[in-house]
Design a protein around this ligand. Structure first.
Ligand SMILES: NC(=O)c1ccc[n+]([C@@H]2O[C@H](COP(=O)([O-])OP(=O)(O)OC[C@H]3O[C@@H](n4cnc5c(N)ncnc54)[C@H](OP(=O)(O)O)[C@@H]3O)[C@@H](O)[C@H]2O)c1
Length: 332
């Protein structure tokens, strides 16, 4: 398989490291696996015979790779010229219009190129359209990294709950707000101080309202609802209340009664993100930057997954999606 990485930032670079470190697993599934192209906002590198991963990791910018570099070349052009089988799309998330990733995904899927992505934006804006395009063109569309980073919720449902009907999902879907609420719970700090600490640790988005007003969690609720429960919902259908109104007094009172205040995303009859009281012995009651997803299904009844929702652990999800495509498309 020939693979492209569109977006060579934090995730793109970490993925190249993982491709280098896990090459034995990859080669076992596909001895001809090649990284054929990489792009960022300024241009792309295309190498028909496969790029040199060491060299790619050692250069400061893609232009320094020099061989095969096209300054100002667009990712659409790269998709067209590369003859790729699979595109990993890792450009920044924009939930208002899904761009630039939405254009790249539409383009790749229309040509029958498999798409793997951790980018929520295009799925928030056009999940059904992209899933239908993939089906029509007989290719894979996998997005494990979009919800709760390394927590394998889509793979679990797809592979291990094939006969189950998912009835309800609830979860802690944003690590930043969970960090803030955990500081308020354990250290009795105010919301303002805990937010400042989170910003100093670099775990908030540039605009913290994306985290604290529940926008990030709501986009994950929407993706889970559409992908796992076929709700065909839009972002406006998710009711959102963030954590700005959660006081230290409320957290303290809850704690005295063995509850913690958590920002919970729920997919039930309604789609909702809101601060909720969670009993401290409930499996969803995890702390710090951890995420948790609680699935209720007709046969398995209840399953909870806990793990890291962002950061370099996300590469686990992206790599697993790539390996899934390789396994499904193995030559006989
Ligand atoms: N980082 C995480 O922990 C994490 C976790 C889960 C999901 N994600 C998602 O994964 C995606 C990538 O995240 P990241 O942290 O790697 O972001 P990042 O560090 O900001 O990197 C984004 C990359 O996309 C490139 N880009 C921007 N516009 C482009 C365009 N029009 N054409 C081609 N490339 C373009 C940027 O180019 P320049 O370098 O030229 O600016 C950059 O290389 C995002 O959607 C994010 O939400 C990230």
């Amino acid at each position: 398989m020939k693979v492209l990485i569109v977006g060579f930032g934090f995730i793109g670079r970490d993925l190249v490291k993982a491709l280098r470190e896990k090459s034995a697993i990859i080669r076992k599934l596909d001895p001809d696996f090649k990284l054929a192209g990489v792009s960022n906002s300024k241009g792309y590198v295309l190498g028909e015979d496969g790029l040199d991963l060491e060299k790619l990791l050692s250069v400061g910018g893609l232009s320094e790779y020099s061989e095969g570099y096209v300054a100002g070349g667009s990712s659409v052009d790269l998709i067209e010229k590369s003859g790729a089988d699979l595109m990993v799309e890792a450009t920044p998330t924009r939930i208002d219009d899904g761009e630039p990733g939405l254009t790249f995904m539409r383009h790749a899927l229309s040509k029958g190129i498999h798409v793997v992505t951790p980018n929520k934006g295009p799925l928030v804006v056009a999940f059904e359209e992209l899933a239908a395009l993939a089906e029509k063109n007989d290719c894979e569309f996998l997005y494990e990294g979009t919800v709760c980073g390394a927590v394998p919720v889509f793979s679990l449902v797809r592979e291990c709950l094939q006969g189950d009907k998912v009835l309800r999902i609830s979860g802690i879907l944003n690590g930043t707000t969970n960090y803030i609420l955990s500081r308020m719970y354990f250290e009795e700090t105010s919301f303002e101080l805990a937010l400042k600490e989170a910003q100093e640790r670099g775990i908030t988005e540039r605009d913290p309202s994306y985290d604290v007003d529940g926008i990030d969690a709501a986009s994950k609720v929407l993706i889970l609802a559409n992908a796992l429960m076929k709700r065909n919902a839009r972002f406006e259908d998710v009711e959102k209340v963030g954590i700005r109104g959660v006081t230290q007094e409320a957290v303290g009172l809850a704690k005295k009664s063995d509850f913690a205040v958590k920002l919970i995303g729920t997919i039930d009859r309604r789609l909702e993100v809101a601060p909720k009281l969670v009993p401290i012995n409930h499996p969803l009651c995890v702390h710090g930057t951890l995420n948790a997803i609680h699935l209720e299904t007709d046969l398995a009844k209840e399953i909870t997954l806990v793990g890291y929702g962002a950061g370099k652990e996300t590469v686990s999800a992206v790599l697993n999606d790539i390996l899934t495509v390789l396994r499904k498309n193995r030559p006989d």
